[in-house]
Design a protein around this ligand. Structure first.
Ligand SMILES: O=C(O)CC[C@@H](O)C(=O)O
Ligand SMILES: [Zn+2]
Length: 518
């Protein structure tokens, strides 16, 4: 009963999570810096819902169900309470690591009967506070649900458990001549179940579309513990409502995804990456329309970043820019099946772009190693930004021609109160990543940014979350992107599938108005 013993050790900590009065007792080890993260229930005036509090008898039950796969008490549980950005922190005392769908069912059936709240967690790489508890929700980790179930080399359909790490899946399917339809900077840690639960977008969306198209089937355990087997591997299935779509992007609030069936594209034989410098955002846009017209079906990514992003990846990650200093940079990837054909197209486009002054400098990579180097300049911006202090993140969909105006307006609005205001993202998808940094979190800076950023977005009929989801941090702003009727329907779905509200509470859907308390 190792779990129960640890649980007792953590009991004092549990008391500290009940409100502002109880400061957490010192923790001797665990993740570096976790203890410095202000607890979510202290920073935000969020009220704990009346769920039962996990008790020793619950730990004993879970230990019997999955011996040795229950973490109870500090410091073991600590890293699971804090998000990757180290910006939100829950007070859970209990992490469960099931290996099978049957175990997930038993856990949820028990929690449902006991009215215990549950926080499903994949690789914990989310950026909106959706993957960690707010209070003492039991963390249901998919870390040990990491088996590949099948792969069909004819159709390219992969079926696997939800806890498979994206990079491992990529390597696996690549050995068989396929690729995963999504690729993210967080691929080394994120779980496919979490990707699907958040409808993660990433770097290949321009070419292969969103998970709403490539996920063919799901197995999901509902709040009451019953399993829904929609794990089909059919390209076409028009028998009634497409229920899996409800769970894609629901951020673990409607059910726990336990297995995924996903369509993998053929691995392209020829991949090229061009990294280019542009003198203005107008040129970035014109380069996009030109390359889309000239590259056609082989265009697989069109990403952009501003000069401030480049400065930060150079300074903090010691990467070096392959092109002359420019106000904007674009990364263009082509993927196709014929090297000569693709290179000819790319060269024609580059010649046009250079001679017409759209682009002032550039480099092209055709071998894997150099391609990775160029991609890392773009993929690692998120990491570089964390070295600057606290990061306020906005992930916005906008009409592409207005994409950078938001960055310029925000910069003017915040002036010296922000350290950096940077813009980058998936220009080809109309997706801006607006990031603002400051030495530390400040309530007044947040007030200067929000709701301004959401109002600005709504005026352009954009979306306040293009790909990161709403999680804990954005859920109160859903109305900027969805009409009241749509939110009401979502709340009705939630009430139908999870009547006690035990699944990932305080996430995705709005509650009564809350205010940050600084
Ligand atoms: O850190 C961000 O804001 C964006 C992260 C990710 O979506 C990316 O595209 O790099
Ligand atoms: Zn992104």
């Amino acid at each position: 009963m190792a779990g129960a013993a640890l649980w007792r050790r953590g009991a004092a900590w549990l008391r500290g999570c009940r409100g502002k009065e109880g400061k957490a007792p010192g923790v001797s080890r665990g993740c570096a810096g976790c203890r410095e993260v202000v607890r979510t229930c202290e920073r935000y005036a969020v009220r704990r819902l009346p769920f039962a509090r996990p008790a020793e008898r619950d730990v004993a039950f879970f230990e019997r169900l999955m011996p040795g796969r229950v973490l109870a008490g500090q410091p073991e549980v600590e890293p699971f309470n804090v998000d990757w950005l180290k910006s939100v922190r829950g007070c859970s005392q209990l992490v469960l690591k099931p290996q099978t769908t049957a175990e997930v069912s038993q856990v949820l059936r028990y929690c449902y009967e006991r009215n215990l709240a549950v926080n499903p967690q994949g690789g914990n790489t989310g950026l909106v506070g959706g993957s960690v508890p707010v209070f003492d929700e039991i963390i249901l980790s998919t870390a040990l649900m990491n088996q590949i179930i099948s792969f069909d080399k004819v159709s390219g359909i992969l079926v696997c458990q939800a806890g498979c790490v994206l990079e491992r899946l990529s390597e696996y399917v690549e050995e068989q001549g396929f690729i995963m339809p999504l690729d993210l900077g967080a691929k080394g840690s994120c779980h496919i179940g979490g990707n699907v639960a958040t409808n993660a977008g990433g770097l290949r969306l321009l070419r292969y579309g969103s998970l709403r198209g490539t996920v063919l089937g799901l197995e999901v355990v509902l709040a009451d513990g019953s399993a829904l087997d929609c794990l089909t591997s059919l390209r076409k299935d028009n028998t009634g409502y497409d229920l899996k779509q409800l769970f894609i992007g629901s951020e673990g609030t409607l059910g726990v995804i336990t297995a995924v069936s996903i369509l993998c594209p053929q691995k392209p034989k020829a991949v090229n990456v061009a990294f280019l410098g542009c003198q203005s955002f107008a040129k970035v846009l014109e380069t996009f329309t030109t390359c889309r017209a000239m590259l056609g079906e082989i265009l697989s990514a069109y990403e952009f970043m501003d000069e401030k992003c480049m400065e930060l990846v150079e300074r903090h990650l010691k990467l070096s820019s392959p092109v002359a200093d420019s106000p904007f940079y674009v990364l263009i990837e082509t993927s196709g099946s014929n090297t000569t054909h693709d290179e000819e197209k790319l060269n024609n486009f580059l010649e046009r772009a250079m001679t017409s002054g759209l682009v002032t400098d550039g480099t092209v990579a055709t071998d894997d190693k150099k391609i990775k180097v160029l991609w890392s300049l773009r993929e690692r911006i998120t990491e570089a930004l964390t070295h600057e202090g606290y990061v306020y993140k906005y992930d916005i969909s906008l009409p592409v021609e207005k994409l950078y105006d938001l960055v310029t307006d925000m910069r003017a609005r915040l002036g010296q109160s922000a350290k950096n205001v940077v813009g980058y993202g998936h220009l080809g998808d109309g997706n801006l990543h607006l990031n603002i940094t400051a030495e530390s979190y400040s309530h007044s800076l947040l007030d200067a940014i929000e709701p301004f950023v959401y109002e600005w977005t709504a005026r352009c009929s954009g979306s306040i979350s293009a790909e990161h989801g709403l999680g804990f941090k954005k859920r109160q702003f859903i109305q900027y992107s969805k009409p009241r009727k749509a939110v009401l329907l979502m709340q009705q779905f939630k009430a139908m599938l999870d009547p006690k509200g035990i699944l990932n509470p305080y996430k995705t859907l709005p509650s009564a108005p809350e205010r940050s308390t600084g």
